[in-house]
Design a protein around this ligand. Structure first.
Ligand code: NAD
Length: 711
């Protein structure tokens, strides 16, 4: 009846099947799909049928809008965005007005625009493994095709608030429970179940017009109830999302304002709130982050496709904080892992840590105790090398000492199979230098995890001078198997993330040197969006670890990182105030009576920094941000120019995934693009007297001269 590039409409007797069958790998609402749906609806409006079934011939029912189209669309402004939205709003309204019942059949995922399409159907059935959700807030926007209108009318305000403001995916059983689905049936029964529903309507055993009436009417809540539900949700959601992420609250406001309205009026309100967030800076940044993540993962998968076989058995040397974390992450991802240490105490600690993390998964219902036991069995703790045959990949994570690492790497290389790959989790030691003592340097590279391993998504895969592409491919594949985000970088002191983070810490040290209270710097940077300010972050990293890394960086980049003053970090180190690990650094760490961690400023640190009640710095909050960010911007520019990292997008994602750089800012380069390189250079001039860290990197100057951007 109608065949396009994204869908097929076929009539079989009195029932039509609209099958989304994109020529791409997934069904998404590209502008083409929106247009073809419009054409298919015109066909449908001209025939007499008993019903319509909407299904997919892909692994998933339907993912959301085409996010790659967002950036150019949003850049055209309000009129273009509302025009685009309106086309599919009209489509879904027409779908909801067809003179026969409609049934959506969900296989796999139905997300975003796909979920909104489903909500416009009269009935919904899904396979047991289906996942449904409206994840728009994760991109800084809200549903714009009637999601905030139809979901609360269909499933109630509480459910809609939970689904829309969290952006989470829900499984079929949850969706059935709250009335989003009418039935859950095996995948091969989806179409027969939909046909049954249509037959029941034809036989007068079910009705669909009343269902439409509910979706067209105001919410079934009186004013007081609506006020209670939405007001309390707004407070809770605002606190959870934080001020930098306005979309979850905007979605609730849209639902609240439209609660007493009929559908069409409610859709206008939804559009108003959609535009208010879609054209803002957070959506822009989050869309960039989403697209950069996709690019990063595509590249990683390309690498992994070249790997010679998959890693079934891994080994980790050192069962400390990192080794234990890597062993846990491997085991929980289904990889058998031999965990070796030189002391039983180390092994016990590693295993206890893994058990604790697994128990938490069980507690949160993410794993059952059988799966927990199976994961634990995958970790094989040992003090010797007997179990090292048939290991595919070994990660060294012993203490950060070049001689010890070289000795361990040599030892392990001898016991590994010839084909096995060896990697080091060193934070600072040159991969090319470590490779010098190895017989097979081409089978060696860096694999730098971040602490805590289970929570931090980034893994830097570091290519030494002699590392082969096969080795990188194997390590990238292993990182992906562990659910991580691998970024391949070239060897240099600090690799990518630490190379950029330490100039940021230097900016911090100079601010403290110049009399700015570190508590204020933390507050300003946390307001900027960092999960923790630099002083707190240094406490978490460990003051001793930071000092050690700083020394390596200063040796690597003496022109900009060597100091002619004693930094606050050095002063803390000299007093053995090592941060969280010694319960005191910039802050003191204790627990209250209920065992909850408590953090309070350390008076000793204030004294060492020369800060007292009379401290009154003239540095403004904006200057604090700039003095912290400029060293980072400059260093990241150098990394990009030197080819340490391939692209601005990968560099930004590494900072987001490795340091918690605020996603609502979209990354360091995205930040510069939004500010403009010329404007940033202008602001930088004031600080040039602070030294080389504040002198613009060549690439930044080039961008400004050419009025070019990084993206
Ligand atoms: P850790 O001190 O917690 O653990 C080191 C472990 O190695 C100890 O259990 C020790 O007994 C063991 N060990 C020492 N010599 C050994 C040998 N010859 N064979 C086997 N085991 C041996 O250290 P960590 O914090 O886990 O750091 C390990 C590595 O990871 C270091 O290179 C560090 O720079 C790097 N790293 C650490 C972090 C972090 O935040 N802790 C982050 C990224 C990378």
């Amino acid at each position: 009846m109608f065949t396009g590039n994204t869908l097929k409409l076929v009539v079989d007797g009195a029932i039509a099947n609209l099958q989304f069958s994109s020529q791409q790998s997934v069904n998404i609402f590209s502008s083409q799909a929106v247009d073809e749906l419009r054409q298919a609806l015109t066909e449908l409006e001209s025939v007499e049928l008993d019903g319509l079934i909407i299904s997919s011939d892909k692994k998933d029912f339907f993912l959301g809008a085409d996010i790659a189209e967002f950036q150019p669309l949003f850049a055209q402004g309000e009129k273009a965005v509302s025009g685009f939205l309106q086309k599919n709003i009209d489509n879904l309204n027409r779908l909801e007005a067809l003179p026969f019942p409609t049934v959506g059949c969900v296989n796999g995922m139905a997300l975003g625009g796909g979920m909104e399409l489903l909500l416009a159907c009269d009935f919904r059935v899904a396979e047991p493994g289906a996942k449904l959700g409206l994840p728009e807030v994760k991109l800084g926007i809200i549903p714009g095709w009637g999601g905030t209108v139809r979901l609360p009318r269909l499933a109630g305000a509480d459910t809609a608030i939970e689904w829309i403001s969290s952006g989470k995916q829900f499984n079929a059983a949850d969706a059935l429970n709250v009335g989003v689905l009418d039935a859950v049936v095996p995948k091969d029964q989806l179409i027969p179940a939909a046909r049954d529903i249509i037959a029941q309507v034809a036989a007068g055993e079910r009705e669909y017009k009343g269902r439409r009436g509910v979706k067209h009417s105001p919410l079934a809540l009186n004013r007081i109830e609506a006020g209670l539900v939405f007001e309390s949700a707004k407070g809770f959601v605002a606190a959870k999302a934080g001020k930098h992420y306005p979309a979850p609250v905007a979605a609730i406001k849209a639902m609240q304002e439209a609660a007493s309205c009929e559908r069409n009026e409610a859709l206008v309100i939804e559009m108003k709130y959609f535009l208010s967030v879609a054209l803002g800076s957070t959506a822009k940044a989050l869309v960039t982050v989403f697209l950069s993540d996709q690019a990063l993962m595509r590249k990683a998968k390309k690498w992994a496709a070249k790997a010679q076989g998959k890693c079934d058995r891994a080994a980790v040397l050192g069962a400390g904080i990192m080794g234990g974390g890597i062993a846990y992450q491997s085991a929980v991802s289904g990889v058998h892992v031999v965990m070796k240490d030189v002391q039983q105490k180390g092994l016990d600690l590693g295993l206890t840590e893994a058990s604790k993390l697994l128990a938490k998964q069980v507690e949160r219902g993410r794993m059952d105790s059988k799966a927990m036991a199976e994961a634990l069995v995958r970790i094989n703790p040992t003090l010797g090398y007997d179990d090292f045959n048939h290991i595919d990949l070994a990660v060294e994570a012993v203490v950060e000492n070049r001689e010890i690492k070289q000795k361990v790497l040599q030892e392990v290389e001898q016991v590994l199979d010839e084909a096995a790959v060896l990697a080091s989790n060193t934070s600072t030691i040159s991969i090319s230098a470590l490779a010098q003592s190895l017989a097979r340097p081409e089978q060696f590279c860096g694999m730098h995890f971040f602490n805590p391993v289970h929570a931090m998504p980034l893994v830097e895969v570091i290519c030494g001078e002699k590392t082969s592409d096969d080795t990188i491919a194997s390590v990238v594949a292993y990182a992906l198997a562990l659910g991580k985000k691998p970024v391949v970088v070239n060897d240099c002191p600090g690799f990518l993330v630490n190379r950029v983070l330490f100039p940021y810490f230097s900016g911090f040290a100079m601010l403290v040197r110049d009399g700015v209270d570190f508590q204020r710097i933390d507050r300003v940077m946390e307001n900027f969006g960092w999960p923790m300010g630099p002083a707190y972050l240094l406490d978490v990293v460990g003051i001793d670890t930071a000092i050690h890394a700083e020394q390596v960086m200063a040796e690597g980049y003496p022109d900009r990182l060597q100091r002619n003053y004693t930094s606050i970090t050095e002063k803390l180190f000299n007093q053995k105030l090592l941060g969280q690990k010694s319960q005191a650094g910039f802050y003191c760490y204790d627990t209250d009576k209920k065992g909850k961690p408590v953090k309070a400023v350390n008076p000793n640190a204030l004294q060492l920094a020369g800060i007292d009640a009379n401290t009154d710095s003239t540095v403004s909050d904006e200057d604090i941000v700039l003095r912290m960010m400029i060293p980072m911007v400059n260093e990241l520019n150098r990394c990009l120019q030197e080819g340490v990292v391939d692209s601005a997008a990968e560099a930004d994602m590494a900072m987001v995934y490795g340091t918690g750089f605020p996603p609502h800012i979209g990354g360091v380069f995205h930040w510069v693009d939004q500010l403009g390189a010329v404007e940033l250079l202008d602001k930088m001039r004031v600080f040039e007297a602070l030294g080389p860290l504040y002198q613009p990197a060549e690439l930044l100057l080039e961008k400004a001269q050419q009025s070019a951007s990084y993206y």
